[in-house]
Design a protein around this ligand. Structure first.
Ligand code: NDP
Length: 245
């Protein structure tokens, strides 16, 4: 999908790998200046080589203070993609406090924090904006050994709606994209759970094992762009039909 983001500045979290990395590349190709936020510096170094002009920012978004320091003076941002997440698998009866806290801090709390920083900037500049939260079908259906991950994404559904409600008057739209399995590093690790692999095979009427990264990126770009100007508080399923039954 070729959209024009000339003159706009975007911030993408979890930019080092997978969906975030391809989103950064697509935004750069479409003319946006991009701030790429991720945890592993080597990923940002290699991404910068592919995308000249990129503004890399290395921070652990699970650390509130470090995030505040890194992003506090990020400057004007028009488009935000909250993509960073971890999918830590544990059977329900074995879930630890560490996994719970880490998952909620990275997957949900950082979305709140980064969105606050960016939205405050948009409001003070008096410019419109678009925020896309990367959720999952795991926010809508249960998946074995992913109780905490599913809970973070379920909570993200409501966070997206309330952000849309409160930021709407400031001309800031907030939506989510909810993919099914995508065979990135995260997707591969989830797919190693045979129960989940079986579900994907049974529940995708398209008879595809997984959605393509590019299909997810296309939906992100659509929601960031003015092509979706009347859409907020909503979500796009990129689910190969998982939710039809
Ligand atoms: P990957 O694991 O492939 O990439 C995630 C990226 O986020 C990595 O660059 C990772 O950096 C970064 N990241 C993770 N934690 C942090 C952190 N604390 N601070 C900064 N950066 C961090 O994941 P995907 O591309 O597959 O997933 C992207 C999004 O899509 C996530 O929100 C995920 O929940 C969602 N999704 C993915 C699906 C899938 O099957 N893959 C399905 C449905 C939704 P590092 O490697 O250095 O930690």
């Amino acid at each position: 999908m070729q959209l024009n983001f000339n003159g706009l500045r975007a911030l993408v979290t979890g930019a080092g790998k997978g969906i975030g990395r391809d989103t950064v590349k697509a935004l750069c190709k479409s003319g946006a200046r991009v701030v790429a936020v991720s945890r592993t510096n080597e990923d940002l170094v290699s991404l910068s080589k592919e995308c000249p002009g990129l503004e890399p920012m290395c921070v652990d978004l699970g650390d509130w203070e470090a995030t505040e320091q890194a992003l506090g003076s990020v400057g004007p941002v028009d488009l935000l993609v909250n993509n960073a997440a971890v999918a830590l698998q544990q059977p329900f009866l074995e879930i630890s406090k560490e996994v719970f806290d880490r998952s909620f801090n990275v997957n949900l709390r950082s979305v709140l924090q980064v969105s606050q920083i960016v939205a405050r900037g948009m409001i003070s500049q008096g410019v419109p904006g678009s925020i896309v939260n990367i959720s999952s079908i795991a926010g809508l259906v249960s998946l074995p050994h992913l109780a905490v991950y599913c809970s973070t994404k379920g909570a993200m559904t409501m966070l997206t709606k309330v952000m849309a409600l409160e930021l709407g008057p400031h001309k800031i739209r907030v939506n989510s994209v909810n993919p099914t399995l995508v065979l990135t590093a995260m997707g591969q690790s989830v797919f190693e759970n045979p129960e989940i692999a079986q579900r994907m095979k049974e529940r995708h009427p398209q008879q595809k094992l997984a959605a393509e990264v590019q299909d997810v990126v296309n939906s992100i770009l659509f929601l960031l762009s003015d092509c979706s100007a009347s859409t907020t508080g909503s979500s796009i399923l990129v689910d190969c039909g998982y939710l039809v039954s």
